[in-house]
Design a protein around this ligand. Structure first.
Ligand code: AP5
Ligand code: MG
Length: 209
């Protein structure tokens, strides 16, 4: 099963992706995580990506599509994969159609008024990538899963979040229509739903595939 997770920044893609990948034995591929790892390691891709991710803009399509196209040729993808954060515009969606067969798209709908707090309050584990919200941490600074240090993403500040939302509304939201027309979209609501309630909804839909 090859899936896409669609949703605005902070909709809960990463949170759901971890659970879906575990439950269905899929490889979780997040283009955002790939760029952040490259930035951390100072690679040429990282150097290029940094200026875009810092501003909340999309990294150029050709670079992003090449990365995903290559990643999908890895042996582990044979068991199925879950794309988180790709595609993000029509160009990328059409490119993906030339090198992948997608079985379903999970679209997380969310009231955008919730996103600023969710993103500015997010803390991420440096080791395993698990996401938390400060309001649930009770002052903890380490990951409950692996003990890794929690940090705040550089793009999780009010100014960059506003830019990311603008990009989402202008470029990514039209993909809902693109996949609805293909008849492969599964809509769930992420608004106010605690992450495990949302996952139960996702599971119900995925079990129908
Ligand atoms: P990326 O890393 O993909 O960021 P994003 O799309 O902005 O999404 P986020 O990761 O911020 O949010 P999420 O939906 O995963 O939410 P999460 O589960 O963490 O991309 C970053 C950058 O990389 C882009 O801006 C761009 O520059 C570049 N990039 C990436 N892909 C690209 C592409 N294809 N093309 C070009 N450039 C690309 O949850 C958020 C918070 O909410 C957490 O604190 C969490 O604990 C909490 N939460 C989650 N679910 C719930 C719930 N149900 N109820 C309450 N709280 C919840
Ligand atoms: Mg994410």
């Amino acid at each position: 099963m090859n899936l896409i997770l669609l949703g605005a920044p902070g909709a809960g893609k990463g949170t759901q992706a971890t659970k879906i990948a575990e439950r269905y034995g899929l490889v979780h591929i997040s283009t955002g995580d790939i760029f952040r790892a490259n930035i951390k390691n100072g690679t040429p891709i990282g150097k290029l990506a940094k200026s875009y991710t810092d501003r909340g803009e999309l990294v150029p399509d050709e670079v992003t599509c090449d990365i995903v196209k290559d990643r999908l040729t890895w042996e582990d993808c044979k068991k199925g994969y879950l794309l988180d954060g790709f595609p993000r515009n029509l160009f990328q969606a059409e490119a993906l159609d030339t090198f992948a067969k997608i079985d379903g798209v999970v679209n997380i709908n969310i009231d955008q008024a919730l996103l600023l707090d969710r993103l500015c309050g997010r803390r991420v584990c440096r080791e395993c990538g698990e996401s938390y919200h400060v309001s649930t941490l009770g002052g903890r600074t380490t990951c409950a899963r692996c003990g890794g240090e929690l940090y705040q993403r550089k793009d999780d500040n009010p100014e960059t979040v506003a830019a990311r939302l603008e990009v989402y509304n202008a470029q990514t939201a039209p993909l809902i229509d693109y996949y609805t027309k293909k008849g492969i979209i599964l809509n769930v609501t992420g608004t106010e739903a605690p992450a495990d309630v949302l996952f139960e909804d996702v599971k119900k839909l995925l079990d129908l595939l």
